[in-house]
Write a new protein. Structure first.
Length: 337
């Protein structure tokens, strides 16, 4: 059995479509644990969930006081009976073959602990261009190696798209509460523990973007929260792969880039220099370190470069320049923004 854990709060408007998409799955052997996280919409969300559970035994409703997404996920997983846990949100849509394809992939690949899929954007791509760009980037990471090397830019796995083996929670721990995005921290921790993550080439989920989505309104999903939580994981990853450890050169010398990169200092990383193209910075010392032009950067045998510029497209341009000089992703350079 596959267990779908679906937290919902004040979701009466979108929950019927989400549950309908699950009811129409081509996989028969699954359950849906709907966790009503203290909805205060006059019982509307509970009524929708209760109606589904009343006519289809695969759907179960848990009603709890409002304690947030992590507590709701913990409650849903504790109540789940399946060998694998699928995530789903109350405002997204599963395509009919999603659970079947993902379950078959885990069954056929015992070394894989988690599988995601391609996702379609359910919002207005023009009005939410940044969200569409993020989805396009997520969909471009189609292998474990790409996910492993891309994780330090941003989260490469849309949370409601994943299916993972329940045993991973027993081995490596589940969701944690804190001032950080709970899914991103979980992916970082599991990847650090050696969990193999894969992504199917099929589009099996429509990821909607309503105005009240937590990633838009909750401070735990603010950009700075991502940089804060990943610093320690990134530092430990660098300790394993950087032949010049603990020394790095950070691409980008702007104020925001410096502030984010300097979080690594608390974890033993030494930033030797900045790399930049701004003529007002090149050749000077910024925050006590020299700002190097491109032609002064040592070769790949003598340094490790961290592109830390978050501007869309800048990281790709930096990596292209580095790779043209013989740098190899994951060996002597790694994008961190």
């Amino acid at each position: 059995m596959i267990s779908v854990v679906l937290p919902a709060r004040n979701a009466a408007a979108t929950l019927p479509a989400a549950l309908d998409s699950l009811a129409g799955q081509t996989l028969d052997d699954f359950e849906v644990v709907i966790v009503d996280d203290g909805s205060d919409d006059g019982g509307a969300t509970r009524a929708v969930a209760a109606a589904f559970s009343g006519r289809d035994s695969r759907f179960r409703l848990l009603s709890r006081p409002h304690r947030g997404i992590v507590a709701a996920l913990e409650a849903g997983i504790a109540a789940a009976r399946g060998w694998a846990i699928a995530r789903m949100d109350a405002d997204d849509l599963c395509h009919p073959d999603r659970l079947l394809r993902q379950a078959r992939h885990l069954d056929a690949n015992p070394a894989v602990g988690l599988v995601s899929c391609q996702v379609a954007f359910g919002g207005d791509a023009r009005a939410a261009q940044g969200y569409q760009t993020h989805i396009d980037w997520c969909n471009s990471l189609t292998s474990y190696q790409a996910i492993r090397l891309g994780i330090f830019r941003e989260s490469p796995l849309p949370h409601p798209s994943v299916l993972f083996r329940r045993e991973l929670i027993d081995r490596h721990g589940g969701y944690r509460a804190g001032d950080f995005p709970e899914d991103y921290e979980l992916w970082l921790r599991w990847l650090e523990a050696g969990v193999v993550m894969d992504k199917l080439p099929q589009t099996l989920l429509t990821w909607n973007d309503p105005p009240g989505r937590l990633s838009r309104v909750d401070s735990r999903y603010h950009t700075e929260a991502f940089f804060r939580i990943k610093a320690g994981y990134l530092a430990r990853f660098l300790a394993r792969i950087n032949p010049c450890h603990p020394r790095v050169i950070v691409a980008g010398a702007g104020r925001i880039t410096r502030r984010r990169a300097e979080r690594l200092l608390d974890h033993g990383i030494v930033i030797e220099a900045w790399l930049d193209i701004d003529p007002d910075k090149v050749g000077k010392r910024v925050a006590g370190r020299p700002v190097l032009p491109w032609d002064a950067v040592p070769g790949p045998e003598a340094c490790f470069v961290l592109p830390y510029v978050a501007c869309r497209g800048a990281t790709e341009e930096i990596l292209d320049r580095l790779q043209s000089r013989g740098f190899v992703l994951g060996q002597n350079c790694l994008p961190a923004a």
